[in-house]
Write a protein of this length. Structure first.
Length: 438
């Protein structure tokens, strides 16, 4: 293996191992607001209490989380005797993501940019932190990266073994995070696009690939769907969607319509639901039984003025790409940025670096846009196909992450975003240099 990429991967891994050792005496440093729902579930499975995050009887079954990550944590506990070993595994997975993004860049003929993409991805503040948290992102992003790697091989060679490997990995993604329940779509559409680019567009072949993806995906998640149906009477992968729509998506539209802050809107909306159910949010938000009400009321809010939904969605789609990861290391709230003297006076070192990271992410967003546009005129068919596929994957998560954008929601496609962004920046830079020479 090339020594430069070994050095980059080694440095990225060493940084994570340093923080792991540094925080060993502060176990809560590895926790997040959602961590208990994963760790307690894994421990309950181990103790025979079922799939639940309850800490005492009667251990009511959980409809909110999917089994992928708790099972991963459980395996760590069984094999290594503790859950912390999962964090080491996650750090190795992040290094694996960086390696594969380098190999993809190398395949595209941009090895030097591949070095930068791997290094930037590993150095991103959120990338360092999230690999040391008991959260789904690292495992999910790693499995997604492997699926993308084998799918690229399939698009290039049309070899069935790569199709089957990828198709087997996609339901695993959905069982780790429900947002992946439609993840087969960008894979399928990229095959249609590749068939057109390579001049092998055949309805029979497209139907076969779609059928393989769909059947294997459904079979993969079927046991969990059946579990939810037999337990709760709902043939669904998770109860998270109505809750996400009501408590996280609709407040942004409500705030826009009523000219108030997101926090104020979220408080108002949460109180309405609590009054309806006669209980605190945590008592009903994760239940299938509350789904119909939450979904109906969320849609009422979001569709009250469709133009507002369109505007807010557009704003949050953009914010998906520029949410910084630095401030997640600290618990202090950030002031809303504004072009004012007072904002400049209130500039702290943290806020300065937050703004600096957001500017860098904005440049990556512009670079990604350039890469996406120029790919349509790329003479290299293979490059057009691969770039087109990566853009489809990025847009899938940007579109489905909802109105509540964050660095955590972007993380599954962070490596693809960095690579395509740097490619675009490099292309613009080369154009400018060529113009100056003329």
């Amino acid at each position: 293996m090339n020594r430069y990429i070994v050095i980059i991967l080694g440095m990225g891994l060493l940084v994570r191992l340093f923080f792991f050792v540094y925080f060993l005496d502060v176990p809560l440093a590895f926790w997040d607001d959602d961590t208990n729902t994963y760790l307690y579930t894994a421990e309950n499975i181990r103790l025979g209490n079922g799939f639940t995050w309850d800490t005492e009887p009667p251990y009511m079954p959980d409809a909110f989380r999917t089994p992928g990550y708790p099972v991963f944590l459980l395996l760590s506990r069984i094999i290594f005797g503790n859950y912390e070993a999962a964090l080491i595994a996650q750090s190795l997975m992040v290094a694996g993501i960086a390696l594969i993004i380098f190999l993809i860049a190398k395949d595209l003929g941009y090895k030097n940019i591949g070095y930068w993409a791997a290094a930037v991805f590993l150095a991103m503040p959120f990338s360092i932190q999230i690999s040391l948290k008991f959260l789904t992102q690292s495992l999910f992003a790693f499995v997604l990266m492997i699926a993308v790697w084998f799918w690229i091989k399939f698009l290039k060679s049309n070899t069935n073994k790569y199709l089957l490997i990828t198709a087997t990995l996609l339901p695993v993604l959905a069982l780790i995070r429900p947002i992946a329940q439609f993840v087969y779509l960008p894979f399928f559409f990229s095959f249609v696009y590749a068939s057109w680019i390579y001049g092998r567009f055949k309805i029979k072949e497209i139907f076969k690939v779609g059928l393989v993806l769909g059947v294997i995906f459904f079979v993969g998640i079927l046991p969990w769907l059946y579990r939810n149906y037999s337990t709760f009477g709902h043939f669904s992968i998770s109860s998270i969607i109505p809750s996400q729509m009501y408590f996280y998506d609709s407040p942004a539209v409500y705030a826009y319509n009523h000219d108030i802050s997101y926090h104020e809107a979220a408080t108002i909306i949460s109180k309405k639901a609590e009054e309806h159910f006669g209980a605190e949010q945590g008592k009903f938000s994760a239940l299938f039984s509350s789904g119909a009400y939450l979904k109906e009321k969320a849609l009422d809010i979001m569709l009250e003025h469709p133009s507002s939904l369109f505007i807010v969605r557009g704003i949050q789609f953009f914010k998906f790409f520029i949410r910084d990861g630095i401030h997640y290391w600290f618990e202090s709230p950030l002031p809303s940025p504004s072009m004012s003297l007072e904002f400049i006076r209130s500039m702290t070192p943290l806020l300065f670096f937050v703004m600096l990271e957001r500017v860098f992410l904005f440049l990556l967003f512009l670079g990604m846009s350039v890469t996406a546009i120029l790919s349509f005129w790329d003479a290299n068919k293979e490059s057009r196909v691969i770039i087109g596929f990566l853009i489809l994957i990025i847009l899938y998560f940007a579109a489905l992450s909802g109105i509540m954008s964050s660095a955590g929601l972007r993380y599954p496609v962070e490596a693809f975003f960095v690579l395509t962004g740097l490619l675009g920046i490099a292309k613009v830079g080369n154009k400018i240099l060529n113009l100056q020479r003329v």
